[in-house]
Design a protein around this ligand. Structure first.
Ligand SMILES: [Fe+2]
Length: 400
């Protein structure tokens, strides 16, 4: 049982999907390591095709070369996000320390602190529970690459720390351990600890001092996307995807695809595939004026746990368990929304309601996505309901 190994060509990043294949549940529990934003649709399709339920979206570190999709995956799949405690990824729902264990079904991965590429970097060890003779597997991020290692010249990197992490922490794993790296630039896919001990061009046969000297002489160019990627990744990728499309009070551009030019254009932002994005207050005003139907597309479980909007139509886009598509969405939506009214789609944070709005538009409705959703984005303590959102903005809601 190896992981599903996925590749992002633009950044040469490997993403891994680990599945509990012993599970008799359907969908089966899974965990993803280092997902890439540009591959979100691919990764959602893989989860669907393999009938997987994503429990965790996990980072090895705050990447400098691409933006994570962890925040988006959490919204679309119901997964929780986890990241090393010392990487500044404050939006993650779980911050990992050395030795912490994450479970998905009956499977477990253990976090190993392997600093050096960045101070917070971690590797993750997977020992299959049902077969103790199967080789241990380790996901090394940018700490140990096949025949190489990550750079140490930015983002709190340290060549001495990296040497220790590779030779004392990772090389303490059994020689048969399968190594799954965070990148490869030559088409290699996996290695073993034994092979890296003897053949790794950066580390094998080198002393600490020799390694530090070598790393100091690399003179690599600055990663192209570092200034954009690191801050975005410290918000689980959400800043690059959602915050940038949020309102900008100085933005007087005319929305591109508005269907009704008589409406209050200031409150509508252009959108691709549906009528536009609107803020929660505008949604409330249109709904109260009788122009629109408000549809809460969160799961039944979310409404029960977090709270609901009295009077909103409740039509889930996806449902627990496993965030599977609600097969009744189309029919229920068409039954709830008269043709002459707009439909306003509310989810948790304004992400899941985007595909729901696109689908509503395909069904012939004038559909708007409500930015920020019911709960808004997580704050620096990974808590919601304090950064925007229907509830935080004082609009009516109730708790069961
Ligand atoms: Fe990296």
């Amino acid at each position: 049982m190896n992981p599903i190994q996925l590749f992002d060509p633009a950044s040469s990043t490997y993403t891994y999907v680990l599945v509990d294949e012993t599970s008799t549940q359907s969908p089966r529990p899974a965990l993803i390591i280092d997902p890439v934003d540009a591959q979100l649709e691919r990764d959602l399709a893989i989860l669907r095709q393999n009938k997987l339920y994503l429990v965790w979206a996990l980072e090895t570190h705050a990447h400098a070369d691409h933006i994570t999709s962890a925040g988006l995956l959490a919204e679309h799949t119901g997964a929780q996000t986890a990241a090393p405690v010392a990487c500044g990824i404050s939006t993650a729902s779980k911050l990992l320390s050395n030795g912490d264990v994450l479970s998905f079904g009956d499977q477990h991965v253990t976090a190993l602190h392997t600093p050096g590429h960045t101070a917070g970097s971690m590797s993750f060890v997977w020992q299959r529970k049902e077969d103790m003779h199967a080789p241990t597997q380790v996901f090394t991020g940018d700490t140990l690459l096949i025949g190489g290692c990550g750079r140490t010249d930015f983002q709190s990197g340290s060549a001495a720390a990296l040497y220790n992490s590779i030779t004392q922490v990772l090389f303490a794993l059994p020689d048969s351990t399968l190594v799954w790296p965070g990148h490869d630039y030559k088409g290699q896919t996996q290695s073993t600890i034994g092979a890296e001990k003897t053949g790794n061009a950066r580390v094998a046969g080198r002393s600490l001092d020799e390694f530090v000297t070598l790393m100091g002489q690399l003179n690599l160019p600055k990663p192209k996307r570092i200034d954009e990627a690191v801050p975005a990744n410290q918000r689980s990728g959400l800043s690059a995807n959602v915050i940038n499309i949020r309102h900008d009070s100085d933005d007087n551009q005319t929305p591109l695809n508005m269907k009704d030019t008589s409406m209050t254009q200031d409150n509508v932002q252009p959108a691709d595939g549906y009528a536009g994005d609107i803020d929660p207050q505008t949604a409330f005003d249109w709904w109260q004026a009788g122009e629109a139907v408000l549809v809460d597309i969160r799961t039944d479980a979310e409404r029960a746990w977090v709270g609901y909007v009295p009077g909103a139509a409740e039509i889930a886009w996806k449902q627990w368990p496993g965030m599977v598509m609600n097969p009744a969405y189309d029919a229920d939506l068409l039954a709830a929304v008269p043709k002459e009214k707009k439909v306003l789609l509310l989810c948790r944070s304004g992400l899941r309601s985007i595909p729901a709005a696109k689908r509503a538009a395909e069904l012939g409705l004038e559909a708007y996505n409500i930015l920020e959703g019911f709960e808004g984005d997580p704050n620096g303590n990974a808590h919601r309901n304090s950064v925007g959102g229907w509830r935080h903005r004082g609009l009516p809601w109730r708790q069961n």
